[in-house]
Design a binder for this molecule. Structure first.
Ligand code: FE2
Length: 375
């Protein structure tokens, strides 16, 4: 367990960028069947498969595909054997995010800086080589079984990493551009612990927080704090369940994932109407709020560029704050267990997370939870 100071009630705002993260490098899912997961991201979400590792490339432990859309890079891997940690991970948690990797200039410095501040090493700086160069990585642990891998690609020119061969699949791009934020669900009472971890160990600051007054329905509640790195390209909201009459969505997640983990990955698009109509026609399922939401929408958010009629048809949500507005939509869980899901977001000035949509959204989520017998 990471040794960090007790929870601090004050908001953490001071900056200290000793880590110099450039951006999210990739998000790595451990799954039961990498070939089928690849197909889902390819045909469902419009990601282009760009690299493969497996028996044919000399990898006898697991099969792995790398996919890209805009600046987003996803990896899906599944074990060939039952006795490797990846297989154990899948048996316990089902499909889910194992690694959130971040690009840095110096993986040794990142490893040293974070472990000196109380981070637990997952692996020391290492070099993997092939004819395309050297890939430098190191890693620390975060909540649950998730790892933060630091990656330096400056000396590597291959498809993704040594042992991966390039793929070139024809792909219908859906317009997903970048990772907006990645949300972690942690246990009751642990939110501040992990907020402190991101501040002390990784030099992040707190961008905003939501309490159970903001995020509660008749039945359940949650609390959330958003941590952000120095250049603002990496945003990690941390959720914990709060007391409610029934089981919160965070508790349902923790019950099925059996440990804290990544709840959702939010990806930006420059044209949410186009992106969501493609994803829906590809069969990706999204949560829908009641139609009354759209009757109130014009008075709640005022003038927006997009057609309200199309927004209603596609089930897109809108929220406005002092800085502008945002459009967002949430998928149903992307695997059998009610654990991880996807958010698609388009920002017009707003840097928020859709606070005005929380209530309608969580009520809709609870309808699904009730159907699963978990509310
Ligand atoms: Fe989100």
């Amino acid at each position: 367990m990471v040794q960090v100071k007790a929870a601090d009630k004050r908001d953490i705002t001071e900056e200290s960028d000793f880590l110099k993260i450039k951006a999210i490098d990739h998000v790595h899912f451990y799954v039961g069947n990498a070939k089928q997961a690849m197909y889902y991201w390819w045909k469902g979400f419009g990601f282009k498969p760009i690299a493969y590792s497996g028996l044919e490339t000399g990898n006898r432990e697991f099969a792995s595909y790398v996919l890209e859309s805009g600046k987003i890079r996803l990896v899906v891997s599944a074990p060939y054997e039952p006795n490797i940690p990846m297989a154990e991970h899948h048996k316990l948690h089902g499909d889910g995010v194992k690694v959130i990797a971040m690009e840095v200039d110096d993986v040794a410095q990142a490893h040293e800086a974070t472990t000196q501040r109380g981070g637990v090493s997952a692996f020391a700086p290492r070099e993997e080589k092939d004819e395309y160069g050297i890939l430098h990585t190191s890693a620390i642990e975060t909540y649950g079984e998730v790892l933060h891998v630091f990656v330096d690609r400056s000396e590597y020119k291959g498809a993704f990493a040594p042992n991966y061969q390039p793929l070139d699949f024809e792909t219908e791009n859906s317009g997903l551009v970048s990772v907006d934020h990645i949300v972690g669900n942690v246990e009751l009472g642990k939110m501040n612990y992990w907020v402190n971890f991101y501040h002390q160990v990784m030099g992040f600051r707190q961008l905003m927080h939501f309490d159970d007054q903001d995020i509660s329905t008749e039945y359940s509640a949650l609390m959330s704090k958003v941590m952000e790195n120095n250049n603002g390209r990496v945003k990690f909201p941390i959720n914990e369940p709060a007391d409610g009459k029934r089981k919160s969505q965070i508790e349902e997640y923790l019950d099925y994932y059996r440990t804290p983990g990544v709840q959702h990955l939010a990806m930006t698009t420059g044209d949410i109407l186009e992106t969501i109509s493609i994803l829906q026609s590809n069969g990706i399922e999204f949560l829908r709020v009641p139609d009354t939401y759209y009757e109130m929408l014009p008075s709640r958010v005022g003038e927006i560029k997009e057609s309200i009629e199309l927004i209603r048809e596609l089930g897109i949500l809108v929220d406005r704050d002092d800085e502008g507005y945002l459009l967002q939509v949430f998928s149903r869980p992307i695997q059998d267990r009610p654990t991880a899901f996807i958010e698609v977001i388009q920002r017009h000035g707003s840097r928020g997370f859709g606070k005005g949509n929380f209530k309608a959204l969580f009520e809709s989520l609870e309808l699904d939870q009730a159907k699963r017998g978990n509310l």
